[in-house]
Ligand binder design. Structure first.
Ligand code: OSB
Ligand code: MG
Length: 374
């Protein structure tokens, strides 16, 4: 396989409603899309998950644009690739960080290969499931009452897991009210996006009695040791998101005891190759994994859904249908939820199984650049 051309595009997609996490609010998603073409005219689309601001990780859409154009794309353009797993070593060598930029290129290579072979991306990576349980991530709400109303509505829609964003002040009171009203049985977890420090330990231990499935990323990205101290105090499993930048951090987590569950986002760890490596490592270690999201369009979501078909993804991910975030998604057909709260993988179609609405993308494009080999 030879990637002959990559077109970079930035589009703007307005969220149906603002999405608030501890470190900031997103109103509109600036999305970086790649369109990869091989020598025979096969086309694959991929998405870079970097946000507008460096509040989740150090990367932004603007750093990623630069790193893809100058460093990541040139490493695969014009190269003969035997298999898509050859892309990650090319992107990793003497190239520190910038996983989101690398992932956009790496994932596009997987999709291109799947489309060339005419097989589903899920099956190419060894996926077994054919339908994926949905889960929803709910942003920080204005009051406990507003949160309860939102969660009740989402449960009625069929979601299999409810994740609530928290931060100091919007945590114990909110979650206690939620449990008191909706009962102990709803599949509930929280995500702090690094909003806490060890000085907040009392708040975190107060959450411990609420029967949460897990507490995601209470401390900072690099605070593996502090997470390990906290995990010793909690019955609730800690799940790491931001901290897991690759398989090595999973090994650190295991040795230190920093957490008991891993959120895998292909966009955060460098793509499908590193995601599969983390999955395999966790499966062997008995660590449950689930697939997170980064407010992707239907393009990025397609990769997340394919990844979640691997056997180790035993917990529902942050995987919701297109209509959760977008008035109109950029793919045909849109991702939709079945009445049992699952999304069916289009396994008879090549790659992720959805096509990009090229006219819509064109009309939303604010900048583009064409990259070729040499
Ligand atoms: O931490 O999982 C996170 C969105 C943006 C940045 C970070 C996170 C999230 C989400 C949304 O929780 C998950 C989704 O795409 O549905
Ligand atoms: Mg998270």
């Amino acid at each position: 396989m030879n990637v002959e051309r990559i077109i970079m595009r930035e589009i703007a997609l307005k969220l149906k409603e603002p999405f608030r996490i501890s470190s900031g609010t997103t109103f509109e998603r600036r999305i970086l899309l790649l369109e990869l073409t091989d020598g025979e005219g096969t086309v694959a689309w991929s998405e870079c998950v970097a946000g507008e601001y460096p509040n989740y990780s150090s990367e932004t859409i603007d750093t990623a644009w630069l790193m893809i154009r100058e460093h990541a794309a040139p490493r695969v353009l014009g190269r003969d690739l035997e298999h898509p797993s050859d892309a990650w070593p090319l992107l990793e060598r003497d190239f520190r960080g910038h996983n989101m930029a690398k992932a956009a290129v790496e994932m596009g290579v997987w999709e291109l290969h799947a489309r060339r072979k005419g097989i589903a991306l899920s099956r190419l990576i060894g996926g077994k499931r054919s339908s994926i349980e949905t889960g929803i991530s709910i942003g920080i709400q204005s009051s406990p009452g507003a949160l309860i109303e939102e969660v009740a509505a989402r449960l009625a829609e069929g979601y299999h897991k409810i994740k609530v964003k928290v931060m100091p002040g919007s945590d114990v009171e909110y979650l206690t009210a939620l449990r008191d009203t909706l009962g102990p049985d709803i599949p509930l977890m929280v995500d702090a996006n690094s909003a806490y420090t060890p000085a907040d330990t009392n708040r975190l231990t107060a959450l411990d009695g609420l029967g949460l499935m897990m507490i995601e990323q209470p401390f900072g990205t690099d605070d593996l040791l502090q997470h390990a101290h906290l995990q010793k105090l909690l019955t609730t499993p800690i799940c790491l998101d931001e901290s897991i930048t690759g398989p090595d951090r999973v090994r650190d987590m295991l040795e230190l005891g920093s957490g008991r569950i891993v959120n895998i986002k292909p966009g955060r760890v460098g793509g499908m190759g590193p995601s599969i490596a983390i999955h395999d490592l966790c499966l062997e270690a008995g660590i449950p994994v689930w697939c997170g999201g980064m407010l992707e369009s239907g393009v990025g979501r397609g990769y997340n859904l394919a990844l979640a078909s691997l056997p180790g993804f035993t917990l529902p991910g942050d995987l919701s249908p297109s209509a959760r975030y977008w008035e109109r998604d950029i793919i045909i057909p849109e991702w939709s939820m079945e009445s049992d709260g699952t999304i069916t993988l289009p396994l008879d179609e090549p790659g992720t199984g959805v096509e990009v609405d090229a006219d819509l993308v064109e009309s939303l494009t604010s900048r583009s650049e064409v990259l070729t080999a040499g």
